[in-house]
Structure formats: C-alpha cells, structure tokens
Write a protein that binds this ligand. Structure first.
Ligand SMILES: Nc1ncnc2c1ncn2[C@@H]1O[C@H](COP(=O)(O)OP(=O)(O)OP(=O)(O)O)[C@@H](O)[C@H]1O
Ligand SMILES: [Mg+2]
Length: 232
C-alpha cells in the first residue's frame, strides 16, 4: 500500500488567558492511500484541530505533515490554500454551505476554485443524483432539511475528485437513521474512487466498519479505540 499521509511529531497549542493549552503533543501516524480511517477521542481531545492541520486550514507549531511528496508545513498560506483546493474534500461539522448560493452552485464551487468549471454542470447533476437530490439543484440550502444539507455537503466535498476526504463528525446533527444513511453514502462514494477517508466521529458502529481506528488521548495519537488505550 502506498502511503498518502505521514504525520511526525506534530505539536499544536493554543493561548488560553495567560497560559498555553497543549492540544497535540507529538502526534505521529502513517495513513495509506485508499484507507478508511476513523479518528476518535473525547470531546476536546483535538480531533478538529488535527483535521484542520491535515487540510492545511491551520498550521502546527512544529512537526511534519507529509502528504505524498509535499511537507505541508513548508508551504506558504497561498500554497496551502491551493493544495487544499486540489487535493482535499472537507465535510465540516457545521456544513458551511453558502446560503446565498443554490445547492448546485454550492456543489460547483470546488470545481471553480480548482479550475474545472467547464465540467461543472455534468458533475453537479451526477452528484445530485448520487446523493438522492436530483431535483433540488436550484433550491437554497435553508430550504433543505438537515440530512439533505448534509448530503449536499458530501456532494460538494467530492465534486473535484479529491484524493483525501476529511469529515468532521459529519452526522453530528442528524438523527440516527439519517446519519447511518449519510455515512453509507459517503463510504460508497469514496469506495468507488479509492479515495482516502478520515472521519472524526464518536460513532462506535462506524469505527467497526473502518479499516482502522485512531484515537487522540492526552495529546497523542494511538492505534485502536480508547478502551484499549485505557486498559494498557
Ligand atoms: N482556535 C483555538 N483557540 C483556542 N483554543 C482552541 C482553538 N481551537 C481549539 N482549541 C482548544 O483545543 C482543544 C481541542 O479542540 P478540538 O476542537 O480540536 O476538539 P475535538 O476533539 O474536535 O472535540 P469535539 O469532539 O468536541 O468536537 C479544546 O480544548 C479547544 O478549546
Ligand atoms: Mg471537533
């Protein structure tokens, strides 16, 4: 298996009043291309922080984040933005759909940002179909239910054929049934293209479907579930 992502000694802390809170205290991991990995850990453990570093939204205090041949920590802000737009699909916990754009325009956005707008119409129609919303392209996000918006967010994350999908608790705001459907949709779509999938979640069942569970605990990243770490 080819390695897609290699994290070495990644550290990140935040100012909190007069002190600094260390969230990531030397995180290391190797993630293979095409793997389906869940990222677990208690609330506040640093899952969103880590996803933001891997996507290049934020940068670590120190350490290396190697994506294929590129060390993200050596890139400028502009280069990281370009990297994110071409390589990464991000499903945010808060969805982040743009309210003034239609559903179709939201899904087309990554294509425009990565210079693929000529293929946008066909791609958007295909994705709307795949996520079960073929006739909602002209709707605005606030006209859609939470689960429908979540499916649009997934379609948008996949639009530009990213190699790596990062999803931050993508079903956090959904009922169990809808959440399960949305996750199945995401894993099916990702399977079709051999995309690498890293999902931050509290969902044990999802962890069982994954190739691998990584858990953040006390600033370090461990292989396996929290129960195994606490028992060790
Ligand atoms: N920009 C920031 N400034 C200050 N502190 C931050 C910032 N971002 C995150 N933190 C702190 O880092 C810690 C980890 O936050 P993070 O959002 O990564 O946790 P999480 O594992 O995603 O939790 P949850 O499961 O609740 O989403 C928290 O204590 C949070 O307060
Ligand atoms: Mg989080």
């Amino acid at each position: 298996m080819a390695v897609l992502l290699q994290l070495s000694d990644v550290r990140k802390s935040f100012d909190e009043g007069t002190t600094r809170r260390t969230v990531l205290d030397g995180v290391a991991a190797t993630i293979d291309a095409g793997a389906f990995v869940v990222l677990m850990g208690r609330s506040g453990a640093g899952k969103s922080t880590l996803l933001n570093l891997i996507s290049g939204i934020d940068r670590p205090d120190s350490g290396r984040i190697q994506y294929n041949d590129t060390d993200l920590t050596t890139l400028s802000d502009t280069e990281r933005t370009r990297f994110r737009r071409s390589e990464i699909g991000f499903v945010f916990q808060s969805l982040n759909l743009i309210p003034t754009l239609t559903v179709a325009e939201n899904i087309a956005l990554p294509l425009e940002l990565s210079g693929q707008s000529d293929t946008a119409t066909d791609r958007v129609a295909h994705l709307l179909d795949r996520v079960g919303l073929p006739d909602r392209g002209d709707s605005y996000p606030d006209r859609l239910s939470g689960g429908e918006q979540q499916r649009v967010a997934i379609a948008r994350a996949l639009a530009h054929h990213p190699l790596l999908i990062l999803a931050d608790e993508p079903t956090g705001s959904l009922d169990y049934e809808t959440g399960t459907q949305v996750l199945r949709l995401l894993t099916d779509l990702v399977d079709e293209h051999d995309t690498t999938l890293l999902i931050a979640t509290h969902d044990q069942q999802l962890a069982q479907q994954a190739d691998r569970t990584l858990t953040l605990h006390n600033g370090l990243l461990h292989d396996g579930p929290l129960s195994a770490i606490l028992a060790a």
